[in-house]
Design a protein around this ligand. Sequence first.
Ligand code: 5RP
Length: 217
Amino acid sequence: MNQDELKRLVGTAALDYVQPDSIIGVGTGSTVNCFIEALAHSGIRVEAAVSSSEATTRLLEDAGILVVDLNQTGGLDVYIDGADEFDPHRRLIKGGGGALTREKIIAAASRQFICIADTTKQVKVLGAFPLPVEVIPLARSLVARRMVALGGQPEWREGFTTDNGNWILDVHNMDLVDPVRTEETINNLAGVVTCGLFALRPADLLLIATENGIKQL
Ligand code: 5RP
């Protein structure tokens, strides 16, 4: 199976966790796009979805799914989203698609965060994937200097603006052996909106697409 087939497999597997007539949280990225497509063809009717990005909102609406604001819904039962990397403790790096802040908010608001990924995203220790950090534009250079002091090599994702009007630094070669501590440290820097570490609030369940089917972690 190639990676696209693995993404379709796990996108379809996530349907088992969608309660009919519920309001679900929906992440961003090509794996989530497979989930949205599977949902659209499944015959499962959801009441509505809370979306983590403008791109996901467009796909949900094209599929005839009502998109509502998180402020209208209160807590959600389930949030389904992908990841750029996951470790054995279900801690993640996210934000390759730049939607990390809304993703983190919806994950925080959800009782169950189900992460859908394939084996190519699996690592023993997070950090091979550059860590996305969303910054207020005014603070780009300041935060970049702080990231260098923390041992990373920040690269401005030039030409990209998040749905929140901010910028992204992709930080290479960060030491992430203690991702909880690093997440707290980076999130406390002035000018940082949030970083793409999901260690304080990891996934509750990982569905991993493998050559031999879906593995759960
Ligand atoms: C977007 C994300 C995505 O979940 C992550 O980038 C994975 O994307 P894909 O499913 O396309 O590999 O965090 O901000």
